[in-house]
Write a protein that binds this ligand. Structure first.
Ligand code: C5P
Length: 222
């Protein structure tokens, strides 16, 4: 028998990460931040001076990159890339843009498939990303698709990055978010879209707790 999976997909800034971590904690389930894998490969590629247009080198880099999730700092686990702590670098918009560029390469996505599925372990998994419900765990028992207005998503990212001391501007972030959304939604392989059987939740104006409650309410009573 396979461990249950709850998938939470959506665009950047929709609150996926925060909501997924809270839900995983409430259930006592494992958590997969699939975006962190793409970001980690992007960082490893930049460390190795690999050009983002060199698809075959990026595919090799994907196979060669060791990615580990370590102890939690604050709310998020540390991400160790090839033995080095990449937690802070991982959250920058530069890493997000690199991730989104390499995520458009089909062989990179294929190379990360089994690594993502390996996170499915008892008692269950909350998987956060763009294609968790459509490609990686199509048989997930519960699928959620989170959205929020672009303005609100930019503001949330702005606050997050500000708290981390990263210097950004709100209009700049909004532009980057819209560009990344367009790239993620329009790519040929695994484009960002809700699974047919996903429950959509618009989180604009909702608190974290309110969204977490709505997601938990989708689970069968325990
Ligand atoms: O979720 P996060 O912002 O960390 O993801 C960074 C980028 O990685 C996304 O913009 C997307 O291009 C890519 N990604 C993906 N599939 C996933 C998770 C992330 O293509 N499951």
């Amino acid at each position: 028998s396979r461990a249950p999976v709850l998938t939470i997909d959506g665009p950047s800034g929709s609150g996926k990460g925060t909501i997924s971590r809270h839900v995983a904690r409430a259930l006592g389930w494992h958590y997969l931040d699939s975006g962190a894998l793409y970001r980690a490969v992007g960082i490893a590629a930049s460390w190795a001076d690999i050009d983002l247009s060199d698809a075959s080198a990026l595919v090799r880099c994907t196979f060669d990159t060791e990615i580990e999730f370590g102890d939690e700092v604050g709310d998020e686990p540390r991400v160790i890339v090839n033995g080095l702590d990449a937690t802070d670098e991982l959250r920058t918009e530069t890493a997000g843009a690199a991730a989104s560029a390499i995520a458009a390469i089909p062989e990179v996505r294929a190379a990360l498939k089994d690594r993502q599925r390996a996170f499915r372990r008892a008692p269950g998994l909350v998987a956060d990303g763009r294609d968790m419900g459509t490609v990686i765990f199509p048989d997930a028992g519960i699928k959620v698709f989170l959205t929020a207005s672009a303005d609100e998503r930019a503001e949330r990212r702005y606050k997050q990055l500000k708290e981390k001391g990263v210097s950004v501007t709100l209009p700049g972030l909004l532009r980057e978010i819209l560009a990344r959304d367009a790239r993620d939604a329009n790519r040929a392989v695994a484009p960002l879209r809700p699974a047919d059987d996903a429950v959509r939740i618009d989180t604009t104006g909702l608190s974290i707790d309110a969204v977490v409650e709505r997601v938990l309410a989708l689970l069968p009573a325990r």
